[in-house]
Design a binder for this molecule. Structure first.
Ligand code: ING
Length: 321
């Protein structure tokens, strides 16, 4: 293949955050985000991915009332006074970003949300987390809670894809990455880059799971999804030990080949970057994952018709051997 320097290159950064403790103010957190945005810009990035619920500690680990949670952890507007310095720096540097936060709507509804902000610091997109893991009841015997089903509603915006900075960008959040439907819904809209933040506890409160599996499962879902959907992925962790509760790092940039091209090595604030080649995705979409040429949706109906697993379907006569 002749070398073509006309490749569609895009400077992508993933800004991994170390712990945010209960005692940390939003102002202190935003200061860290601005520092990482500046570092990303200095490394020729034009877009930065920040984590899920980036402005506060991962509060769904604590039992409290919805009112207490709203009071302390939810944002009533985006941008707002606390995060304005990040928007100002983004406009000054001409760098867009993804930011995860807890959204309280004017009607009082609560979502685990992410916004897509362009290089002029304008909010051009919003996504609300669809796959909410964990439980909504109090488990007093557990070492910590995972109360996303208590504090958030299931997202109601679907899986949109936006054209920003001349690329088709999709968003998701944390647990969404474990569900193949998340990725296909966006690659069927010709997404080229999908960005997400996550807060993934190292421990499993439901059964004794070897801790290395948390990172292994994180890797395989991102690598498989990038390959099977021919997309670039930027995934940003908030990680390390938040008031003693540990979450995994391994923020990464994954190519449509499924290869990890950049990976965080620590568990604190860390910027990773790559000049991604968007034509690589196009090659996979043209050949092995040419959806129009190779897919047969009429054979996959069950995927959208059933929520939980049910009985096997009646066998078609010729499938009976
Ligand atoms: N965190 C975790 C995640 O999906 C989890 C919760 C971990 C669910 C491991 C199942 C298995 O990465 C969030 N915030 O979704």
């Amino acid at each position: 293949m002749p070398h073509t320097s006309r490749a569609r290159k895009f400077g992508l950064a993933v800004a991994q955050m170390g712990p945010v403790h209960l005692a940390d103010s939003r102002q202190a957190v935003v200061k860290r985000l601005v520092e990482m945005l500046r570092e990303a810009a200095a490394r020729q990035a034009t877009f930065v991915v920040f984590p899920e619920l980036a402005l506060t500690t991962f509060f769904p680990r604590y039992w409290m009332t919805e009112e207490e949670a709203v009071e302390r952890y939810f944002e009533r507007a985006m941008p707002n006074a606390d995060v304005q310095p990040l928007f100002d720096a983004a406009r000054e540097l001409g760098v867009g970003f993804y930011l995860g936060y807890a959204e309280l709507t004017a009607e009082g509804r609560r979502f685990n949300t992410a916004v897509l902000v362009d290089r002029s610091a304008k909010v051009v997109g919003k996504y609300r987390k669809v796959h909410l893991p964990g439980h909504d009841d109090h488990k007093p015997d557990a070492p910590f809670q995972h109360l996303e089903k208590k504090f958030f509603e299931v997202g109601n915006l679907g899986f949109p894809v936006w054209n920003t900075q001349d690329i088709n960008v999709g968003m998701c959040i944390c647990n969404d990455r474990r569900w193949p439907e998340t990725w296909r819904a966006m690659s069927l809209q010709s997404a080229e880059l999908i960005v997400l933040g996550y807060n993934t506890p190292s421990w499993n409160i439901h059964w004794t799971e070897p801790v290395h599996l948390r990172t292994f499962h994180h890797e395989i879902v991102l690598q498989a999804s990038a390959y099977q959907n021919a997309v670039w992925i930027g995934a940003a962790a908030k990680c390390g030990s938040e008031d003693g509760f540990h979450m995994i790092g391994s923020s990464m940039i994954v190519a449509p080949s499924g290869e990890i091209v950049a990976r965080a090595s620590g568990e604190d604030d860390e910027v990773i970057t790559a000049q991604i080649d968007l034509d690589l995705g196009a090659t996979f979409r043209q050949h092995v994952f040419n959806f129009a040429k190779h897919r047969s949706p009429e054979q996959y109906r069950l995927i959208v018709e059933r929520t939980g697993a049910g009985e096997p379907l009646p066998l078609p006569p010729e499938a009976r051997g």
